[in-house]
Design a protein around this ligand. Sequence first.
Ligand code: NAD
Ligand code: GLY
Length: 355
Amino acid sequence: MPTITVPLGARTYPVHIERGLVSHLGPTLREALGECAVMIVTDDNVAPLYLKQVQDSLEEAGFRTGSVVLPHGEQTKCLDSLISLYNDLCAMGVTRKDAVLALGGGVIGDLAGLAAATYLRGVRFVQVPTTLLAQVDSSVGGKVAVDLPQGKNLVGAFYQPEAVFCDPETLNTLTDEYWRDGLGEVIKYGCIGDETLFALLERCAPGGREALMAEIDVILTRCVQAKADVVAQDERDTGLRMTLNFGHTVAHAVETCQHYEGLRHGEAVGLGMHVITRLTERKGMTEPGTADRLDALLSGLGMPMTLPDIPEEQLLAAMGHDKKNAGKTLRIIALERIGKCFIHQTDTGFFQGIT
Ligand code: NAD
Ligand code: GLY
């Protein structure tokens, strides 16, 4: 199985990628954790699909297990769920040598990770991501959080897992909507640092999801490697890690204006990459032809290509371009060309005329 290492000194950990892994996770996990109890946290979409096979496999390998099934969706990533998880961990008698296992997408990973980071000042944590987004992004890098009514991810920590186990076959049960969601981030990795990945995606695009799934091991490996490289150099998100935000300035603005009820995050990221690259190419900052190449891939993979009908001043305000922020420095990620990005310091007004 391909294994990528996230090299973080004493907190170095492996990301294993293997088809069918969820059904025989027990022995592999036993090697990683030794003897301990494991609390599996999942949601009500993932539980009927994968909980029994994971739990059976863990029990067969000698783990004492418990499980918590939470409602699916972003609204679960909140303080109330965190408190309810603490209660479950107390009831199971989880100690510091025991582990929390997140089985699900980014919502479950972020929430269970924050519970693991804080319960008893930190218990062991393992990620078994089951969405494309979680496999290529949220399960690697140690950002864990819950949302507040005031905004997303406002209470959180950097808390690295002890290991990540990706089973690409779990992606077969994802809806097309969540598949596209993860695809936005996959394309992003190609754009910012991996032209070989980008070219592979171009070759697969005409065959759609099926063709991409045929190459999924390579795709996941390249994405996770890219994330591991960035996280290793900037775990605490003070510089280079910002490059993972390519396309995100516009994406966040669109999501905010749509009150998170319109485009999915990855779709908004796709749109954001399209908008920023058209803009920077027009401004002479990006190699000519880059935007056409990116747009062909985005549209070939069914990503939305037109900004929703949102007044420009509202979009700019959501990016911090309101009067209060006039003159405020803004750092954006732009492409020099496909496979190479840079951080550009600019100010308000950069995005004027995008709609
Ligand atoms: P999600 O966890 O809500 O999962 C998406 C949907 O797919 C859910 O309905 C879920 O029940 C379902 N699902 C999960 N796996 C499935 C499977 N194999 N088959 C069928 N259905 C399945 O959302 P997500 O897109 O995975 O993650 C989004 C969250 O991740 C957001 O809260 C975001 O803030 C967070 N995030 C965190 C980081 C990080 O670095 N920690 C990075 C990016 C995003
Ligand atoms: N998803 C961006 C990061 O992990 O920093």
